[in-house]
Design a protein around this ligand. Structure first.
Ligand SMILES: N[C@@H](CCC(=O)N[C@@H](CS)C(=O)NCC(=O)O)C(=O)O
Length: 225
């Protein structure tokens, strides 16, 4: 690596369970990798459509496998996790446009809250198994994230505004240009080049390519002797 700051961008949609683990893992690795982590909310349903991909939820055996895989990951990362019994129906019939626009509004107007609000969408959906697709859930997520009231109302009012729509389109379009087809899409700038990785399970490969250590799910925990 050259002397430049190590930058990693996470293109993400809070509908994606694998992305929850990637998000928390990257947040945990900020210090160990001396990394600037840029959160880039995008719309997975739009990306899937534009890239010609389909949700893994439409293949029954993949769905069965993923349910097991995600529970293993929950133990590995020590992150409480579950899927609502209607999860598949929810993700196939609704999208996260409101949630992802809300995150873009926060990124535009109060970016210091983007990480915590993103985390509370994930926690609500996968920790509490409550839906995150409605407009009504936005103030609840914001309250759980302790967002100041004026920020909540400003961001809610901005949901249909051009700057917010433009940012969501920009992030989704940029991911598409980087050959993305799913979430999490992780883009690391290594020796001046932006390299694209798909999946939380590629973090160890990203670490290898960037010359950073992969220290498992808890990089800050003291090593067990
Ligand atoms: N192996 C990946 C799986 C990630 C994954 O399946 N993501 C879903 C959304 S939850 C997706 O976008 N899938 C697109 C695809 O598999 O083509 C990981 O460990 O993160």
């Amino acid at each position: 690596m050259t002397g430049q700051r190590f930058v990693v961008e996470l293109f993400y949609d809070v509908v994606s369970p694998y992305t929850y683990f990637a998000f928390e893992a990257l947040c945990r690795y900020r210090q160990a990798w001396d990394m600037e982590l840029k959160l880039r909310p995008f719309l997975l349903s739009g990306l899937m459509r534009e890239s010609g991909n389909k949700s893994p939820a439409v293949v029954l055996n993949k769905g069965i496998y993923c349910a097991k895989d995600l529970h293993r990951l929950s133990k590995y990362y020590n992150i409480p996790f579950g899927l609502h019994r209607d999860y598949v129906q929810w993700v196939l019939s609704r999208n996260t446009l409101h949630a992802q626009r809300f995150l873009c509004a926060i990124d535009l107007y109060r970016p210091e809250y983007l990480e915590t609000v993103s985390r509370h969408f994930f926690r609500r959906f996968f920790g509490e198994q409550k839906e995150i697709m409605s407009l009504e859930c936005l103030p609840k997520v914001a309250a759980a994230a302790e967002l100041p009231r004026d920020v909540v109302s400003d961001c809610l009012q901005a949901l249909d505004s051009e700057p917010v729509k433009t940012l969501l389109r920009k992030n989704t379009g940029e991911a598409l240009q980087l050959s993305a087809f799913g979430s999490p899409t992780i883009v690391a700038t290594i020796n001046g080049r932006r390299e694209t990785y798909f999946g939380q399970d590629r973090l160890l490969l990203l670490a290898h390519d960037a010359g950073k250590p992969w220290l498992g799910p808890h990089p800050d925990a003291p090593a067990k002797l």
